[in-house]
Design a protein around this ligand. Sequence first.
Ligand code: MG
Ligand code: MG
Length: 258
Amino acid sequence: MLHLKTAEQIELLRASNMLVSMTLAEMAKIIRPGISTLKLDEIAEEFIRDHKAVPGFKGYNNFPNTLCTSVNDEVVHGIPSDYMLHEGDIISIDCGVIINGFYGDSAFTFPVGEISKEKKRLLDYTRESLEEGVKQAIKGNRVGDISWAVQNKAESGGYSVVRELVGHGLGKNLHEPPEVPNYGKRGRGSKLKEGLVICIEPMINMGVRSVKQMQDGWTVKTIDGKPSAHFEYAVAVGKNEVDVLTTYKYIDEEMNKI
Ligand code: MG
Ligand code: MG
């Protein structure tokens, strides 16, 4: 059963995802070599609570923090810690909030200072693979059309797609049906209906696609120790076009500022 949202519910989801977008932009302002991932987490939580919202991940399946902070070969679900970011790191920040009972959920992978050309290209391809997937989120298409578009873009750059973790429906629950894999075949899977809200979140590896779960019960890392990137949008399936509920506009404005 897919939960289709009314226009009013989509507006509530837009507000939740806008706060996530703003929180990620706050992170863009402060990410630098020497700041700890726990400090980022504290600032994000304060920002979210100042906006009369509740962190969406804290306590979810006992996750301890507001953000998932995943550095370099960490794919997703990294736990904020006293690790201090280094020049040349990349860090995926995944953030969730709840406002008026509806979740926001989005992620962005940030460079820390100057990063290598190889890492920059991985970030560019991963973000573009998300954009390619998003274009397919229209009424009448199937989940597989999104999956294929993401996979095709990522693999065209020589990268591999993580298969163990997938995108998902979003609403009053953080994870609703359908699953939205980042690999698959066109024309397969659930049909996309108007009012369906989903998170599309490619996790793309520079090396092999295999990942491993760490002993903390959360952090997922690449098996070969090579870097991984992660970008996530929440989108509503529209009649003729996709309605993207997340925006990177404020992040891009921060990052292009010298
Ligand atoms: Mg997320
Ligand atoms: Mg998600």
